[in-house]
Design a protein around this ligand. Structure first.
Ligand SMILES: NC(=O)c1ccc[n+]([C@@H]2O[C@H](COP(=O)([O-])OP(=O)(O)OC[C@H]3O[C@@H](n4cnc5c(N)ncnc54)[C@H](OP(=O)(O)O)[C@@H]3O)[C@@H](O)[C@H]2O)c1
Length: 319
């Protein structure tokens, strides 16, 4: 599906209007009063040539929140999807992330120029640090101070972090003024990070789940032979069957009912729709407890405390 920049097909406009009227969704108010749709579309590993169509499909389905990152290499295509959707910019919540090679105060300010240049927008709704740089934490702090300046200047509406453990949060809070609105972390039934969720809650930081349907437990090229695919978990399958829903829908409902934001990724229209069709059923406390009990304590993604030098080799191109 390709659309010329700046135009949408009449069909897309019509669908959007229809969906705007029947827009089922759930908003979360962040600690600075900003409203954010709880469920968003993730685009990590969405190839640039697939991203615009995925974003358009999501917006057409009713999503109003997209999560991207400088490091994903598809901010430009996200912006294209937003523009050709025909929706008002103010109706779409755009979240993006600064990569570690752009940490430090001035580099982080320039990372904003690069992000808005690629996205083709005047402001970013939520701008976050992609991960702590544990071996260069002073640069992480300096980058966050740049986020504070962008916030004060009205160039971003909220700021936050990702992959911060409680001790990273403590170090950050000691050195800065604005409490992050969001901490985006690996969170699916097999790895729920209760200690990070507790630290977030203590400070009024919203926990946002990445790999909310467990992508990191099954996408190709990650993890060892012994990893378990949460999408195939029998306990989740049983809950799904009881509600006539899919495992992905049950996991997303599990996040939402516990007050978290979730940003499932898909490039397939059927799955994009499936992942948004989660507002017409409710899990019981017992079902939530069953899913919470699946927590293994074993992380599938990278350890945020591991200083991996190769991350700094990724240079984020100019807009
Ligand atoms: N801050 C960070 O460090 C960080 C790290 C990882 C991810 N993230 C963010 O979080 C988002 C989501 O995480 P994620 O992409 O790792 O994992 P995820 O959303 O949990 O799962 C995505 C995987 O599940 C498949 N999928 C999607 N919907 C499905 C469904 N209904 N049934 C079966 N399979 C389905 C997708 O394939 P298809 O696309 O082929 O459908 C993809 O392989 C990312 O896109 C990114 O925005 C952030």
């Amino acid at each position: 599906m390709t659309y010329p920049p700046g135009q949408a097909s009449p069909g897309v406009h019509w669908e959007l209007k229809r969906n705007l009227q029947k827009r089922d969704h759930m908003d979360i108010t962040l600690n600075n009063g900003l409203s954010m749709p709880a469920l968003g579309l993730g685009v990590f590993q969405s190839a640039p040539e697939e991203t615009t169509a995925a974003v358009l499909t999501a917006l057409n389905t009713g999503y109003r929140h997209i999560d991207t990152a400088a490091a994903y290499g598809n901010e430009r295509e996200v912006g294209q999807g937003v523009r050709i959707s025909g929706l008002d910019r103010s109706d779409i919540f755009i979240e993006t992330k600064i990569w570690v090679s752009d940490y430090g105060h001035d580099r982080a300010l320039h990372a904003w120029d690069k992000a808005v240049g690629k996205l083709g927008v005047e402001y970013v709704d939520l701008f976050i640090l992609h991960q702590p740089a544990p071996d260069r934490f002073e640069k992480t702090i300096a980058a966050y101070k740049a986020l504070e300046k962008l916030l004060a200047d009205g160039r971003v509406k909220a700021i936050g972090v990702s992959n911060f453990m409680p001790h990273h949060l403590e170090q950050l809070l000691d050195a800065t003024d604005v409490i992050p609105a969001v901490n985006q972390i690996e969170l699916h039934p097999y790895f729920t990070q209760p200690e990070v969720q507790a630290a977030d809650a203590e400070h009024g930081i919203l926990t946002q789940a990445w790999s909310p349907i467990g992508g990191i437990t099954f996408y190709p090229g990650w993890g060892g032979e012994d990893r378990r695919n949460v999408m195939q978990d029998p306990a989740i399958a049983a809950v799904a069957q009881a509600h006539g829903k899919t495992p992905a829908q049950v996991m997303l409902r599990w996040h939402l009912q516990q007050g978290r934001s979730a940003i499932p990724k898909s490039i397939h229209p059927g799955r994009i729709a499936e992942n948004f069709d989660v507002f017409d059923f409710e899990l019981s406390e017992a079902e939530i407890a069953v899913i919470n009990a699946l927590h293994s304590g074993v992380r599938s993604g990278p350890d945020p405390d591991e200083a991996r030098e190769e991350r700094f080799a990724l240079v984020i191109p100019e807009a």
